[in-house]
Design a binder for this molecule. Structure first.
Ligand code: DSN
Length: 433
């Protein structure tokens, strides 16, 4: 990065320091991961220079022959990966994928149902501070206080009562399998569409380690950067080929795939980020290899061992464990807050995020929970043995949040552990600078 270093040392130094932070700490935020150098190279490529409004071979700009190849590959590979008939790879984020999906199937003012943000849902699933809560009339379903699991009976009752236009499934902090088939039954009974947002679990779905939502939903949305381990961005899939959707200024109805395309561009976005789409194509190619399934299997095994270790140290986990890549620790029984726990763990070199637990008495900036995930550490090559070690480190820190000596000692142990699991070879080059 010599040009950057000489032209803009501030940004060069920030990138160097962030690289070192990622390298020397344990990244346990469940929605983060480390992309490959191949993905990074595509992201940092000249495709960032290109305007390509429209879709492959139907663009509003000349000179699109090479970016068309990138987008064509990204669409083809994502369809193959998920067994989907249609894919749109242009959304800049999962939020924009959800916006385009909702507007395809519902009109502002319609009723939609999504999981409550404080129960593990996502901002775009109907939070009042988000476009979803502002444009639509939202009815939120929740988690059973007894089991910590989605209350499908409540979902059915609410759906019967409110007759939503669509039901959104998917979550940001839910450690268990989502029963998409059950939701489809509920949606069918009340005549609602079903959108499955698989942002967190996309890698597990792609490799058959989580039930597939495609047969049970009208639209599947996702991000590409969590368990899927691609660049930051969005993805929309469907297996519905027909339908009749009226769009503004269009005299004839469109099929569902055509309507989604139109809601992504020009409905919600302008020019696509072609460097990101190229990087998505690379990530999908990686995800189609057999090694990717082994990686996803290890993510799940690692989360299970981490959960066992924390349980053995008498910590309380929402639902008592995990089926997927994440764990939600409920710290209320220990009299701790998520905010204080996140801070103490960060001092020890373990990066997590505070998170609401179901029926949390604390405010969102305080919380009673900590969300931890295994995708990023699994990318580094860590396995069950390291998870036991890390689970015990987390317990050790949380058992006395005030003990700064513990944090310092653990910080040194973390640094030693990280040295054995290299992410990128870049830091050495940076240190030599
Ligand atoms: N903010 C993301 C997460 O951390 O789960 C979801 O988009």
């Amino acid at each position: 990065m010599q040009s950057l270093k000489s032209f803009d040392p501030d940004i060069y130094n920030a990138i160097r320091d962030e690289t070192l932070r990622q390298t020397e700490t344990l990244e346990m935020i469940a929605s983060e991961n480390f992309v490959s150098l191949a993905v990074l190279e595509a992201l940092g490529s000249v495709m960032t220079n290109k305007y390509a409004e429209g879709y492959p071979r139907h663009r509003y700009y000349g000179g699109c022959e090479h970016v068309d190849i990138a987008e064509g590959k990204a669409r083809f590979r994502s369809k193959k990966l998920f067994g989907a008939k249609y894919s749109n790879v242009q959304t800049h984020s999962g939020s924009q994928a959800n916006m385009a999906a909702y507007l395809t199937l519902a009109k502002p003012g319609d009723t939609i149902m999504g999981m409550h943000l404080n129960h593990g849902g996502h901002l775009t699933h109907g939070s009042g501070v988000n476009f979803s809560g502002r444009l639509f009339n939202v009815v939120a379903y929740t988690i059973s206080p007894e089991t910590g699991r989605i209350d499908y009976d409540e979902m059915l009752r609410l759906a019967r009562e409110h007759k939503p236009k669509l039901i959104v499934t998917g979550a940001s902090a839910y450690p268990r399998i989502i029963e998409f088939d059950k939701v489809k039954e509920i949606a069918d009974e009340v005549g609602a569409y079903h959108i499955a947002d698989i942002a967190h679990i996309a890698g597990l779905v792609a490799t058959g380690l989580h039930p597939d939502p495609l047969p049970y939903s009208d639209i599947v949305t996702s991000t590409t950067h969590k368990t899927l381990r691609g660049p930051r961005g969005g993805l929309i899939l469907t297996n519905v080929e027909g339908g009749e959707f009226m769009l503004a200024n269009m005299p004839k109805p469109k099929t569902l795939p055509q309507a989604i395309d139109a809601w992504v561009f020009p409905g919600c976005q302008g020019g696509p980020l072609m460097h990101v789409i190229a990087a998505k194509a690379v990530a999908f190619k990686e995800a189609l290899r057999p090694e990717f399934k082994e990686y996803q299997q290890q993510i799940v095994k690692n989360a299970a061992v981490l959960a066992e270790t924390l349980l053995s140290r008498d910590f309380s986990l929402v639902t008592g464990g995990t089926d997927n890549h994440l764990i939600l620790m409920d710290l209320a029984p220990r009299g701790l807050t998520g905010r204080d726990a996140e801070k103490a763990l960060e001092m020890a070199g373990i990066t997590t995020n505070k998170n609401m637990v179901p029926n949390d008495p604390q405010k969102p900036f305080i919380t009673s929970g900590i969300r931890i995930g295994t995708p990023a550490l699994t990318t580094r090559g860590m396995k069950e043995e390291e998870m036991r070690q890390i689970g015990n480190m987390i317990a050790y820190i949380l058992e006395d949040l005030e003990d700064e000596e513990r944090q310092k000692k653990t910080r040194d142990d973390v640094r030693e552990l990280c040295k054995r699991f290299v992410i990128y070879d870049i830091p050495e080059a940076i240190e030599e600078d």
